[in-house]
Design a protein around this ligand. Structure first.
Ligand SMILES: [Zn+2]
Ligand SMILES: [Zn+2]
Ligand SMILES: [Zn+2]
Length: 564
């Protein structure tokens, strides 16, 4: 074992994960074949394999991929004939799932007239079934879940009980419901109801949403809170797949400056070093987006995870690159003062969560209000989760204008990168490839290297994949022929740019998702095809790319994101 679980060095944090040997950035620290608990989001039940978590595509997605000339990365799934509620991509997946867990769930979820159960309840049913069959829980360490407490603060359960009675009741009811559905199992050594409760309080669906048992289960379908949860996403289309729990990964504490990162390789979890690690070092992952400024991270951690972060970075307060504004708060341009004062009124109750330290107080309130407004549109934090999907293109553009034109925000200060990403995703979904490409190029040079210094960081690798695909679409799509020709006249060959993104992807996949991952295999195949189709050696291609990159950077520099 390269890692061990023991008492954390952090005061009040309980257990933590430690390295037993040293690692260089990108090294594999540990792999887990499949998290102890892995559960598809309810929306994914219809199109994804419930065992390996490979995603099927909707007809629309297939058409979009075909129109852009993207490789086919989705699978076909067939429903379990027993329940017709879950699907599998192959007989092998179905057999494995049945043996380990689905046999406990199939009958329970197929009772006629029973509403679709939230994924937390489904996961708990399978967990109880597995524990009944193996009451010692030896094989998987399933009983370890009893040792987990939500959040760093060990008193979180008491706190929830005292301050959020509704939530306390909901979780207890869900736990009781799952136990009931399972036929009220009993055992002299295990209190199954406690296991169920521990499960909900740790791997719970949604802490902060005001859910009530009356509206159950409709309101409990989306996980937003991940006390000790790993959120499982697909790198190929950047889609949320479900939630996971694993004793080992979930023992790692949070830091806003983590030394580990975790990728989900459908269904494997791969844990890698982000920074140099020495034997004996405590290992940290991130629970929230660490590119967000101090106040936003703190608010998110306390609202979702019930602790205030005391990592070395947070101890220094709002003094890091992600907190910096371009100018002092009291130098806000006069034409933005009225706008900001109106925003202060609108965001008053939330303002402390978007606090930007500054004097005088009124300047501080104004800039904090701008920050609150922009985050509300970007929807990238807790309270505004819902705003994300409903933000229109105009709202995103307005929020970008507000930040950038105010003269306070740089391109790397959140939520500007979040907003740029939203804009890019929007244009990709509407087929406006050239716009999506220009935003992507801007982000590639102006945002990513600052936000994620490691070139193998998963977000950067995924961005490269997106840019390779978008660039290829620009080259091949008859509708963008003119763009291709014009760009080439201007001295930039998009074919070479495409090759450049493929090379960057190729050179970084080994230290991120790995060649053995489903993503890695798609990249390997695409890379081989690409290199086989060019008439020169790979060495020559790399030289061409090297010569072309400064031209691409110049083009990216000239992109005005407010004009898109
Ligand atoms: Zn499968
Ligand atoms: Zn079934
Ligand atoms: Zn922190």
């Amino acid at each position: 074992m390269n890692v061990e679980i023991r008492k954390s060095d952090i005061e009040g944090a309980g257990r933590g994960l430690f390295a037993t040997k040293s690692f260089r950035p990108g090294d594999v620290v540990h792999t887990i074949a499949r998290p102890a608990v892995a559960e598809l989001d309810t929306e994914r039940l219809q199109d994804s394999c419930a065992w390996c978590f490979h995603k099927g595509a909707s007809e629309v997605e297939r058409q979009q991929a075909a129109a852009l000339g993207l490789p086919e990365v989705h699978v076909d799934t067939k429903a379990c004939t027993g329940c017709r509620k879950v699907r599998y991509c192959s007989k092998t997946c179905q057999a494995k799932a049945w043996k380990r867990e689905h046999k406990y769930e199939c009958k329970v979820i197929s009772v006629p007239g029973r509403p679709d159960l939230p994924h937390g309840v489904r996961a708990a049913i399978k967990l109880l079934g597995r524990l009944q069959a193996d009451p010692e829980g030896k094989d998987e360490g399933l009983l370890d879940i009893l040792q987990f407490k939500p959040a760093v603060d060990g008193k979180a359960l008491e706190w929830i009980k005292a301050h959020q009675e509704q939530k306390w009741e909901d979780f207890n009811m869900l736990a009781y419901g799952a136990w009931k559905y399972c036929g009220e199992p009993k055992h002299e050594k295990i209190d199954f109801q406690s296991v169920c409760r521990a499960f909900f309080f740790n791997v719970s669906p949604n802490h902060h949403n005001q859910t009530s048992i009356k509206t159950y289960p409709q309101n409990l379908t989306k996980p937003q809170v991940n006390c000790n949860t790993i959120s499982l996403t697909s790198p190929l289309d950047d889609v949320s797949l479900g939630l996971g729990f694993d004793n080992l990964v979930c023992s790692a504490n949070h830091s806003c400056d983590p030394n580990l990162f975790v990728v989900f390789n459908q269904p494997q979890l791969l844990i890698r070093a982000l920074k140099p690690i020495r034997a004996g070092d405590e290992l940290f992952i991130k629970y929230v987006d660490t590119t967000n400024p101090f106040s936003v991270r703190q608010a998110e951690l306390s609202s979702q995870y019930l602790f205030s972060c005391r990592c070395p970075k947070c101890k220094r307060g709002a003094t890091h690159a992600e907190d910096k504004l371009l100018k002092p708060a009291d130098e806000l341009k006069p034409e933005f003062i009225t706008t900001a004062d109106n925003l202060v009124k609108r965001h008053q109750p939330q303002l402390h969560k978007f606090f930007i330290p500054a004097t005088p107080a009124e300047a501080q309130r104004r800039v904090s209000a701008i920050q609150a407004e922009a985050f509300a549109v970007s929807g990238t934090t807790f309270d505004y989760q819902k705003a994300n999907t409903s933000s229109s293109l105009d709202e995103v553009k307005d929020a970008l204008k507000l930040c950038l034109n105010s003269g306070m925000w740089s391109l790397t200060r959140q939520p500007v990168p979040h907003l740029l990403r939203q804009l890019q995703v929007h244009y990709m979904s509407t087929g406006e490839i050239y716009r999506a490409w220009r935003i992507g190029a801007k982000k590639h040079f102006a945002c990513s290297p600052t936000l994620f210094p490691q070139t193998f960081y998963p977000d950067r690798v995924i961005d490269c994949w997106t840019m390779a695909n978008v660039t290829k679409a620009l080259c091949d799509n008859p509708a963008t022929r003119e763009v291709y020709v014009e760009t080439k006249k201007g001295g930039l060959d998009l074919q070479v740019v495409f090759l450049g993104f493929m090379i960057e992807l190729h050179d970084n996949i080994e230290r991120s998702y790995g060649w053995e991952s489903p993503f890695g295999k798609v990249v390997a195949q695409a890379y081989q095809q690409v290199m086989a189709s060019v008439p020169h050696s790979e060495e020559k291609v790399r030289e061409d790319v090297k010569a072309t990159w400064p031209k691409l950077e110049a083009v990216a520099k000239s992109v005005d994101v407010l004009m898109l």
